[in-house]
Write a protein that binds this ligand. Structure first.
Ligand SMILES: Nc1ncnc2c1ncn2[C@@H]1O[C@H](COP(=O)(O)OP(=O)(O)O)[C@@H](O)[C@H]1O
Ligand SMILES: [Mg+2]
Length: 404
């Protein structure tokens, strides 16, 4: 048998080859390992250094490794928060030529913690609620994407702090399956598994004395069901609004924002008689715009800036001759985005003299210009364009701003 590393990205196999694949994972020498907190698992899991990265290595049968690898890649494609699968290693043998178990390699999720580490200092009930909220959001997102988890639990989730809230990531996809659409029976089953698992995990914490005395494991397990149902309803409800009541749509968007969802685009259809609109929100999780902008343009901006810049980019894209979304002959979004950075974003920012920009970064300047354009356009009742905006912004705003 020959060692084989199957990976989608070419830069990883090289650095992964340096790991001691001829030694059982439990016996790997310290020099390769990274001591970070891990959750409870059935398989042997270790964190190791590979190239400049920290990877999680899990020893698991070949069939399961390949399957989980594929599922994690699918989740990535569906933009659901989960750990990144990097490779599957097969054909391992020890120094005597005896076969060793294959391994699934994922990228260590930076800044994440397993729930047991988070509970080491007793968590306040309100914090536990936020943690469970994040898990409910993850479960809804998985279900919207057609993923039935089969084993939703705190142990199979990683949590990352996200500006006062928590973001949950799927770490263990072994029991999952993807299909175009889940039945309500499949969703109910998943939620029931989550309820039972979470109640059990909280009871374990209670037994070891690390649960706040006022937290009832059973009630908190039940809370995930309620939270899930509220979210699912709010997200999938298609409603018809009288055209005259556009603010009803705004209210719904705000409610979704309050639930922690960001509405990226909305499917709004006018009825044939033109009196009603049908509204189905399309939601994304926090940080969506930031990631999207970074991927398309390389610009690293805050979420609100990114949302505004992406809006501008998308509107501009639609004016391009080779813009044809979904058509393989059309320009790829990355290509159009590159053109936008070169022909629109950079020239516009450069039109603002450097000494006036001060320490303000380019994304923020462009964002302010977009806001200013909106103000001017509202005032004059037509789109004033970027050139006029820059001129007016320099004259009426920037020259009066203390430099910094
Ligand atoms: N990519 C990763 N980043 C951070 N932690 C990870 C990663 N992969 C695994 N872990 C840790 O290892 C634990 C066990 O992984 P898991 O895939 O659930 O194994 P098992 O299939 O044996 O249950 C997780 O709870 C998590 O704490
Ligand atoms: Mg697990």
């Amino acid at each position: 048998m020959e060692l084989q590393i199957t990976a989608t990205s070419p830069e990883h196999p090289a650095s992964l080859l340096d790991l001691p694949w001829n030694v059982p994972l439990e016996e790997w020498p310290e020099e390769h390992l990274v001591a970070l907190d891990r959750g409870i698992s059935r398989h042997v899991v270790r964190f190791a250094r590979a190239g400049g990265e920290i990877v999680a290595v899990k020893e698991v049968g070949e069939w399961a490794a390949v399957r989980e690898y594929g599922l994690l890649r699918d989740l990535d494609r569906l933009a659901v928060p989960a750990v990144d699968a990097l490779a599957v290693v097969t054909g391992r043998t020890d120094e005597h030529g005896e076969p060793l178990e294959p391994a699934l390699i994922t990228r260590h999720l930076a800044g994440s913690q397993p729930y047991r580490s988070m509970f080491q200092t007793t968590m306040r009930p309100s914090t536990i609620r936020r943690l469970l909220d994040a898990l409910a959001v993850l479960l809804v997102r998985l279900h919207l994407a057609g993923f039935a988890w089969g084993d939703c639990s705190l142990s199979n989730t990683l949590f990352r702090r996200d500006a006062g809230a928590y973001a949950a990531y799927l770490v263990d996809a072994e029991t999952g399956q993807i299909q175009p659409r889940l039945t309500s029976g499949q969703r109910e089953y998943d939620v029931e598994v989550a309820r039972v698992n979470i109640a059990g995990e909280l009871m374990d914490l209670e037994a070891s004395g690390s649960l706040h005395p006022s937290v009832d494991p059973v009630l908190f397990g039940q809370a995930i069901v309620e939270r899930y149902c509220d979210l699912w309803h709010e997200l999938t409800r298609q409603s018809v609004y009288p055209l005259a009541q556009r603010h009803a749509i705004d209210q719904r968007v705000r409610r979704l924002n309050d639930l922690g969802f960001d509405v990226a685009e909305m499917q709004i259809e006018r009825s044939p008689d033109g009196d009603n609109v049908t509204f189905l929100p399309k939601v994304v999780d926090a940080g969506h715009h930031q990631r999207q902008l970074l991927r398309l343009t390389g610009l690293d901006a805050e979420e609100n800036q990114a949302r505004s810049l992406l809006n501008d980019l998308e509107t501009w894209m639609a004016t391009q001759d080779d813009y044809a979304p979904g058509d393989p002959l059309g320009a790829r979004p990355e290509v159009l985005a590159h053109r936008w950075v070169r022909d629109v974003f950079r020239p516009t920012v450069r039109a603002v003299p450097k000494e006036l920009r001060g320490a303000t970064d380019t994304a923020q300047i462009y964002y302010e210009l977009l806001e200013h354009r909106w103000l001017l356009s509202e005032r004059t009742g037509r789109d004033v364009g970027l050139d006029a905006t820059v001129e007016d912004y320099i004259r009426t705003v920037l020259t009066h701003r203390p430099n910094g």
